[in-house]
Design a protein around this ligand. Structure first.
Ligand code: AMP
Length: 460
């Protein structure tokens, strides 16, 4: 998500650049909403940022206030109707809302106002509906946000555009990231910006100011930025998703004061100290396994090299719901570099094993290319519990680690050995002292989870 207010400037192009930098956070749909002449204009469609926004579209999106979104679906549908920002015509200009996260009490929330959740397009659509109802009875949008978000459970970082202002709010746990940046200099400020990850600020020349705190709402107008604690924080420590460090965020992002790449490299170093094995080459599974492989090689003294070439034009969600398709898609995405593999004892570092199907296909591919031994090292502990806070994960019965011991997993995947980083080492690598949600690894869910879990499961 992105939000920009820069008086006197058209900001759609900057929003485009920022969304492009956040493409890894969602590839299903992209959208923007701008405000000009007392009117909100929303453009959104299925597809990547570069497909949705042609130059002519961006030129037509005039205005100095903008919010933007790229979608990766969790509980909602993956079709056009769920694309964001969501628009409602309540109040004088209406408002547009973009949401990252996943809400866990949607059925009860919908019932509380006499609607069926199944009649809503997504959890974000439901929040927009609840806000619109408050605004229609005379509340300002800020007041409506305070009233509605206090009743919402689960994970939400949101940006909301209304006449002449952009609001950005984070849930009381801080599950999903959101940071604040400044355009221009301290002496000559040109505006303010919010984004899910700091590289989105970098690409438009904004300066990182700070992370938005759990429960905080930042409001930006042409006069400047104000902040208030909209919701009581859920505890002393924030609960940013630990998987942002492991897999989700860009390596050049700063989260909780740490560059993600540095934490991934340290995960590899600690993994090497934790479980050594004789080998000729350490390689990472592109992209998120590579920094950890670099750290593993450094700590073990075993040379680092490239064993797989990734097709750069294939996105993260090029993973089909069908099992055999998923296996085939590994071949489209990764191809072995025979010269580095043939006759070699390999240490292969990846960030996670979820279902195990892509990992199994990968190990098979390395063996076909002549690898003598394949030792898998994983820079997250076994993934045993589904996420309800914004990472799309399969149901428990499809999570390999939930149903198998490590030696059974090793056998299924076909590796010579398999080791996972311990939770203590993962936390050390991120230099954590109590923060982060690690429910997917521990089963300890900090916020309530849905009572009825969809039988359909995920598309991931
Ligand atoms: P598998 O062996 O089938 O469980 O797939 C593991 C691979 O999926 C790893 O390389 C991860 O980087 C990647 N991965 C982990 N979580 C996700 C996710 N939520 N969406 C897409 N890919 C993921």
């Amino acid at each position: 998500m992105v939000g920009i207010v820069a008086p006197g400037r058209n900001v759609a192009h900057s929003c485009y650049d920022a969304l492009y930098a956040l493409q890894h956070r969602g590839q299903e749909s992209a959208g923007m909403a701008t405000f000009q002449n007392q009117q909100i204009t929303v453009v959104k469609d299925n597809g990547l940022v570069s497909h949705v926004f042609a130059e002519s579209t961006l030129r037509a999106l005039a205005g100095s206030l903008v919010i933007g979104h790229t979608r990766y679906s969790t509980s909602g549908s993956a079709n056009w109707t769920a694309a964001q920002p969501v628009y409602r015509s309540a109040g004088t200009s209406g408002f547009a809302l973009a949401h990252n996260g996943n809400l866990t009490n949607t059925t009860a929330l919908a019932e509380s106002v006499g609607v069926l959740f199944t009649s809503m397009l997504s959890d974000s659509d439901l929040v927009a509906e609840l806000l619109a109802r408050e605004v229609d009875t005379g509340a300002t949008l800020s007041e409506a946000l305070a009233l509605v978000l206090a009743r919402v459970e689960g994970a939400f970082s949101m940006v909301i555009l209304e006449a002449d202002q952009v609001h950005a709010v984070r849930d009381p746990y801080g599950f999903r990231p959101l940071c604040l940046g400044r355009l221009g200099t301290l002496d000559a400020p040109e505006g303010w910006m919010v984004a899910s990850e700091s590289p989105a600020l970098d690409v438009v020349g904004a300066t990182f100011v700070r992370e938005i705190a759990p429960g905080e709402m930042v409001s930006i107008t042409k006069e400047g930025m104000t902040s208030r604690q909209l919701l009581e924080p859920a505890g002393e420590k924030q609960r940013l998703c630990i998987f942002e460090f492991v897999y989700f965020a860009r390596p050049d992002a700063y989260l909780m004061g740490h560059q993600v790449h540095t934490t991934r490299r340290r995960m590899g170093e600690l993994l090497a100290l934790q479980s050594s094995v004789e080998a000729d080459l350490v390689m990472g599974v592109p992209d998120s396994g590579v920094p950890a492989a670099e750290g593993y090689a450094k700590a073990s003294g075993i040379p680092f090299g490239y064993g797989l070439v990734k097709n750069r034009y294939i996105g993260r969600t090029f993973i089909s719901p069908d099992q055999s398709e998923r296996t085939a898609s590994v071949r489209r995405k990764l191809n072995p570099l025979r010269e580095n593999i043939e006759g070699q004892r390999l240490i292969v570092v990846d960030d996670s094993i979820v279902r195990g199907t892509t990992t199994k296909a990968l190990v098979g591919m390395l063996r076909d290319a002549g690898a003598r031994e394949v030792h898998l090292r994983i820079s997250s502990p076994p993934f045993m519990w589904p996420c309800y806070y914004g990472i799309d994960t399969p149901n428990r019965d499809e999570l390999l680690a939930a149903n198998h011991s490590i030696s059974e997993m090793n056998e299924f995947i076909g590796s010579d050995s398999l080791e996972f980083i311990t939770l203590a080492n993962l936390r050390d690598a991120i230099q954590l002292s109590g923060e982060c949600c690690d429910a997917c690894l521990t089963g300890t869910y900090p916020a309530p989870i849905p009572v009825v879990i969809s039988a359909a499961g995920s598309r991931w």
